[in-house]
Structures are given as C-alpha cells and as structure tokens.
Design a protein around this ligand. Structure first.
Ligand code: 3HC
Ligand code: NAI
Length: 706
C-alpha cells in the first residue's frame, strides 16, 4: 500500500496500522482511503494474526475532517466501508487510544474488536456541537455497546468521557500505563494466543433494559425545552430509536441519510463556522503572526490584580484555577477582605455542589494573597487593573503601575469604556500596556476581548493571547474604540430597542421577538439583569464627552427608568417589575414610555411587528460590525461572531451576527437599512449603510470572503 497518511508495518505476526495526519489525525478522505487499502491488504495476508490500529502524534483520531463536509471529498471512501473492512477481518483488530478519540475517531474505535487506552484518554461523540449526528455508525454501535440511555446521554451532551468511565461502561477493555503501542501489541498477541472471539458491535442487540418505555418521549420533551429548534439532537433520538427497532444495516443507512440532512442544514454550517472562527480568533494575522513565532513571549508566572471588586475577584479565579499565583491589591483592608472572602465563598459553593474538593479549595486559596502595598506587585509578570470605571482613578493607578512593575511586566486594564491609549500613556510605558476586557462573571464567561493599543508591543499581544488559552478563555483582539467590538455593537441594538418602546412596542413584545430569533435573552431583560443604572451611567458619561448622537431622544428610556429608581432586577423594577426573578409586564413602564413619546413628539402605533423588531434591532448591529471591520478594529468577521456568540448570547445555531447577515443576504440587509432610512428619516445617520457592507452587497460577496 502507498498512503502518505496511513502506514502498515508488521512485527512478526502482528500488523500495526498507523494514522499520521497532524495536528489531530482527522479522518479525511485520504485517511479513509489509506485505511481501506491497509485493511484490504491485511485481508489477503495469511501471515498476519492480529492488528493494532493506532495514531501518531498527540491524539487518536479527533473526528472526521470538518472542512470536508459539504465538499466532494465527503463522499469519497465511505467511513462505513472502512468500518466494515475492520469488523469483517477474521483476525482481531485492537485500537490503541490516546488523547481525544472523538466523533469519526470514536466510530472507528467502535468498529474495532477490542479497545485499549491510556489513563488520560478521553472518548466522545461531540457531533451535536457541530449541528451533526455521528454519521459513521456511532448512533447504531454505541447503543448496542452501552445501552440506549447512556448512548443518548453521550451523544446529546457531546461531552467526552474519561478512560476510567469508559472502562466501567465496557466501552474499552483495558487501561494501560506506559508505552501504549507495545501494550496494544502484547494485548492483541494474547487475544491471538487465547483464540479470543472477535467482538462485532454490529452483531449485538441493544440491551432492552436500557430502554425504558418512556425514554424516547421524555428525551424529546426535554429537548424541546433545552435545545429549542435544534435539528441534530432530534435526529440523534430518531437514530437511536432505529438502533433499537431495526436491523443494523438498515439503521446504518437511516443514520447516513439523517447525517447528510444535518450536514446540509444552515444550523450545522453556522456551528462549523463558529468552530473554525474560534480557532482563527486566537491567531494574530499577517506580520504579527509571523513575529509571534519568532518573538520571545513573556513568561507569566505571577499575576497582580488591582481592585478586588466584582471583576477583580472573578479575574483572579481564572489564574488560580490555572495554578498561577495571584496577589490582589486594594485601597482599604475591609475591601481586600471582602474580595478575598468572596473568592473563597465562590470556591466553597462549587465544592458544596461536589464539583471540586475542599482540598482543591485550599490549594487555590493558598495561591492567592492580598495587599495594600504596591511594592507587592514588583515581582508580578502581569498586573491587571480592575478599579472603578473612572478615568482619573484609573490614570493614577496606571501611573503607579508604570513605576512599580518590573521591566518587561505586562500592564493590563479591564476598562470597558475608557480609552486604552490614554491609560497606556499614563503608565509611561505604553508598549507594555494592553486591554484585557473580561466579561461578568469573569470566572464563568468564556469571552475575553484583548485590546490592542496604538503602541502595544506585538509580543505583549501575543503573550496575552497565549495566556488566554491557558486560562481557558476564547480571546478576540479588538482595536481601541468606544465599547470595543461587543459593546460598540450593542449600542445601536439598544438604541433601536428603546426607540421601539417609545413608538409603542412593549418590553415583553421586544424580548419575545428577539428571543424567537434565538437570542438567549431580549434586550430589556438583559439591561434589567446588568443594571439599568450601569447602562444609564454609560449613556450619561458618553453624553458628557459629546460622543452620542445629537438626537434628544437617544436612549432616553433607559435614563428615565434610572431616574425613577428602576435599576432593574436588583430593585425589583426596571423595564419590568419582578416577582422574585420573574419579569412581569408593568403598565407603569407603558405610561413612562407614553410620556416620553409625547415629550419628544413621537407617534405611538400598534402595528409594530416582530419582523420589524428583529430587523430594527439586529440589522444596525450587523451594520456596526461592518464599520468595525472596515476601520480595522476587528481583524476578521469571524472574530466579531465569536464575541457575540460568547459574550452576548447570540444564537449559536445562527453562527454570530456577521455569519447570520451572510445567510440573510447582504443585499437584503442593505435594502432593509435603506427602507428604514426612508420610512423613519435618517437625520442622525442611524441607517447609513457602512461602506464595506454596501460594497460587499453590490459585489454579491459576503463577510469573511477572502
Ligand atoms: N477536523 C478538522 N480540523 C480539526 C478537527 C477536525 N475534526 N479537530 C481539530 N481540528 C484542527 C483545528 O481547527 C486546529 O487547527 P489550526 O491549528 O489550524 O487552528 C487544530 O486541529 C488543533 O485544534 P485545537 O486548536 O482545537 O486544539 P485543542 O488541543 O485545543 O483541541 C480537540 C483538540 C479536542 C480535538 C478539538 O480540536 C476538537 O474538539 N475538535 C473537534 C472534534 C469534533 O468535533 N469531532 C467531531 C467531528 S464531526 C464527525 O466526526 C462526524 C462523524 O461522525 C462522521
Ligand atoms: P467594583 O466597584 O465591584 O470594584 C472595584 C474595586 O476597585 C473596589 O473593590 C474598590 O475598592 C477598588 N478600588 C478602587 N480604587 C482603587 C485603587 N485606586 N486601588 C486599588 N483598588 C481600588 O467594580 P467592578 O464591577 O469590579 O468593575 C471594575 C472594572 O471592571 C471597571 O473598569 C469596569 O468597567 C470593568 N468591567 C466591569 C464589568 C461588570 O460587569 N461589572 C464588566 C467588564 C468590565
């Protein structure tokens, strides 16, 4: 055989088939072809008594090659033919698992007669996270091996299981310490010597005891709530029903048909887009990327955090979780103790839910110290300031940090609204300064906007992007502008939401329309949760700077609610009134909006449709994204999608606002913006189409096209 990615070697009577396709041995057409060739050759080789299937590099196969879906390569060398060739070999085939055996890799493993793994191996069928179902026999073999209930749970959650759990469920046969390949060859040698039976998952019947009479109905009911509108989970259930009720070959064909349906769906295209966009976002483009490889990244062994409030504490936990020591700096002892106490309380709450041990709590707290003295920050490699959002206070802190931090230390600001370049200048060493905009709660939210200042040194940016991976954040680089990527796009979204309220829509109607589109939470509920006071203060500050449109009614709803003391959930009244945490329509808010409409001469109407709400709230947001791209604030359209998917509850099934705009059609978005400019007037430029958006639409191109 002659394959660049699959090799066949012989060690006496034992053959070893090795897949070597970095970085993760994805099951591409050439790997499948190589496997078919190898197993064809083995079928005709009487000198071989047993086979080991293994992978070179960091992992066993981590899935089908995602970039081949929807391309001709997908239809080449059917994985089910590969699996049949393995199963039907009349000598034992053992697969040796290390790293992450996922998706198509797991299906390959399920087709082998025996499975052996390292203690750290993980096994899973994460297809659902890409809007897919296991399409290479996974939905048919897994229920036969571990029962329908467990198989459903594994495929619907997409979460991988540890080797230990897999052993307990008889999904693997042995866990081995030491050299995996040698152990696998010894294991297959024993199977040969003892004439152990060949175990074919396809020939097993699903254990009836694992199929309670209500299993499928209950699963479907729970999906209707949890996976609103998602196609793949429902189809996974259909396939498991087939595994229970139909012969294997029929089930396999049924699974393939449903897989193709999922693969061709917009939902899967969106989720696959997000998968690659997330990985792309971590990379610095062009010159910076070239430099990143050669440049000396700065080691981050100790982190200082100034301000132990809501954000400071949450940020600290990220580093403690990664085993990096943290020193928290505060102005007053009581604030320091409160901050440290909150971190401990958070960890203890996690421990009480059984998600960490008390010993781990102690270990993390032992890495965390507090101080009132700047001198304590001298040996920190990175210091993040998270003090009050006030330019004078922050400038003073940055100046102090510029003085005390050791040469080469990185100084970061967590500001959400202030100019990073001004703060950088205050430090006196702007090349060392970068924005690290965490989202609240900072220990939970995955998103991190890394703000590249005018003078930020490339190695500082690259170091922080690498560090983000260490602390398990998805990081996106933003240039300096008000609100960076996420909050800047939020502004037109909230502006239209508030205009609609004045024109006669209710908070409930707006939230329902936007949530039906898929947003995790409508804008009114969102502000109530974040705090009407917080939102109103940002508007007030921006007004002072003259940075807001001259429109007198701009975001007036939010400011009025603030003045009325309706600060949102925390005062049990905002855009809604609250019964516990449940928002309830409040006629008082209608009266407030009627009053404001009268004050600003805005006509109220009762014909506002859900369609108008979605178009008016979301299309200007997409238009702002286009401006962000053309100004070079974001490197790529996909980066913007990642911000909105991870920080703002944009529906994953729609792939982010820029991807969603592509799907709607850029021409359609432009036509719609023009329509509202016409209908509502455009005195403040709200509906002016961004140059990039107009150009792409005219050229029938899309965001993200090269
Ligand atoms: N196909 C194509 N490329 C893949 C891939 C896949 N299945 N899995 C990972 N990659 C690529 C990534 O894009 C990245 O490329 P880059 O370096 O050019 O950016 C590189 O491999 C490394 O990936 P990560 O940066 O994610 O590395 P990590 O070490 O953090 O994670 C991983 C590794 C756990 C394997 C993670 O990449 C992952 O979860 N991959 C996807 C697994 C998956 O969903 N598999 C199912 C695919 S669908 C399927 O199998 C259908 C089948 O049933 C028919
Ligand atoms: P907070 O009010 O909870 O905490 C601020 C802390 O800083 C207080 O404990 C205060 O004692 C301390 N502090 C003030 N001046 C100090 C000084 N000179 N030296 C040392 N400590 C000082 O505020 P929060 O919410 O944690 O915000 C902090 C920063 O994070 C702000 O810049 C804010 O814009 C930003 N941010 C906040 C988000 C949020 O949702 N709360 C989200 C993202 C960013």
């Amino acid at each position: 055989m002659d394959s660049p990615v699959v090799t066949l070697t012989r060690n006496g009577a034992i053959a070893v088939v090795t897949i070597d396709r970095p970085p993760v041995n994805a099951l591409s057409a050439d790997v499948r072809r190589g496997l078919l060739d190898a197993f064809d050759e083995l079928a005709d080789d009487p000198g071989v008594a047993g086979v080991v299937l293994a992978c070179a590099g960091r992992t066993f196969v981590a899935g089908a090659e995602i970039s081949e879906f929807g391309t001709p390569a997908f239809s080449e060398a059917d994985p089910n033919d590969v699996h049949a060739a393995i199963e039907n070999l009349n000598i034992p085939v053992v697969c040796a698992l290390h790293g992450t055996t996922l998706g198509g890799g797991m299906e390959l493993a399920l087709a082998c007669h025996y499975r052996i793994a390292t203690p750290t191996a993980k096994l899973g069928l994460p297809e659902v996270t890409l809007g897919l179902l296991p399409g290479g026999g996974g939905t048919q073999r897994l229920p036969r091996l571990i029962g329908a209930a467990d198989a459903l749970e594994m495929m619907l959650s997409g979460a991988p299981m540890s080797a230990q759990t897999a052993l307990e469920k008889d999904l693997i046969d042995v866990i081995v310490e030491g050299n995996l390949l040698e152990a696998a060859q010894r294991f297959v040698g024993e199977l040969v010597a003892t004439r152990a039976p060949l175990r074919l998952a396809s020939e097993v019947d699903v254990d009836r005891a694992s199929v309670s009479p209500t299993l499928f109905a209950e699963t479907r009911t729970s999906l209707a709530k949890k996976a609103r509108g998602a196609i793949a989970p429902a189809r996974i259930v259909d396939c498991v029903v087939a595994a229970v009720t139909r012969p294997f070959a029929e089930g396999l064909k049924y699974e393939r048909d449903l897989f193709v349906e999922c693969m061709n769906s917009r939902q899967s295209a969106a989720l696959r887009h997000a998968f690659f966009a997330e990985r792309e976002a971590g990379k610095l483009p062009g010159n910076l990327a070239g430099n990143a490889k050669d440049m000396d990244l700065r080691p981050i062994r100790k982190v200082g955090i100034v301000g132990a409030g809501t954000m400071g504490g949450g940020i600290a936990m990220n580093f403690l979780n990664a085993g990096i020591p943290v020193v928290l700096l505060e102005v007053k002892q009581d604030a320091l103790e409160r901050g440290l106490g909150l971190i401990r309380k958070n960890y203890e709450a996690t421990a009480s839910k059984g998600r960490m041990t008390l010993e781990q709590v102690a270990q993390r707290m032992a890495l965390c110290s507090g101080s009132l003295e700047y001198a304590e920050l001298q040996d920190c490699d990175l210091v993040i300031e998270a003090v009050f959002e006030n330019m004078d206070i922050k400038k003073a802190v940055m100046t102090r940090l510029g003085e005390v931090c050791k040469p080469g230390a990185i100084i970061a600001t967590n500001t959400s609204t202030l100019d990073v370049d001004v703060l950088a200048a205050a430090s006196g060493r702007a090349a060392d300064v970068v924005g690290m905009h965490f989202f609240s709660p900072a220990n939970v939210m995955r998103l991190l906007e890394v703000v590249r200042g005018r003078d930020t040194a490339p190695e500082v940016l690259a170091t922080v992007m690498g560090l983000a991976r260490t602390i398990k954040k998805v990081a996106v680089v933003s240039g300096v502008c008000f609100g960076f990527i996420g909050n800047r796009m939020l502004e037109p979204y909230l502006r239209e939401c508030e205009s609609l309220l004045l024109e006669g829509a209710t908070p409930t109607q707006i939230d329902h329309a936007v949530e039906a589109f898929g947003m995790a939470m409508g804008p009114c509920r969102m502000i109530d949760m974040a705090g009407v006071d917080v939102a109103a203060k940002v508007v007030l500050e921006r007004r002072k700077e003259g940075a807001l449109p001259a429109d007198p009614s701009y975001r007036t709803a939010c400011q009025m609610l603030f003045e009325l003391g309706r600060h949102g959930q925390k005062t049990a009244a905002g855009y809604y009134r609250y019964e516990g945490r449940t928002p309830v329509h409040d006629p008082e808010v209608d009266r407030v909006m009627e009053g404001l409409a009268a004050q600003y001469g805005i006509a109220r109407r009762s014909d506002i449709s859900d369609e108008e709400i979605v178009e008016r709230c979301l299309y200007p947001l997409m238009n702002e994204g286009a401006k962000i791209l053309e100004e070079g604030i974001a490197y790529r359209a996909g980066d913007i999608d990642i911000v909105w998917l991870n920080g703002y509850g944009f529906p994953a099934l729609k792939g982010g606002p820029m991807h969603a705009a592509n799907v709607i059609g850029l021409e359609q978005i432009v036509a719609c913006l023009d329509h509202y400019a016409d209908k509502r007037g455009n005195a403040f430029g709200y509906w002016t189409v961004a140059g990039l958006l107009g150009d792409l639409a005219a050229a029938e191109r899309a965001f993200g096209d090269a």
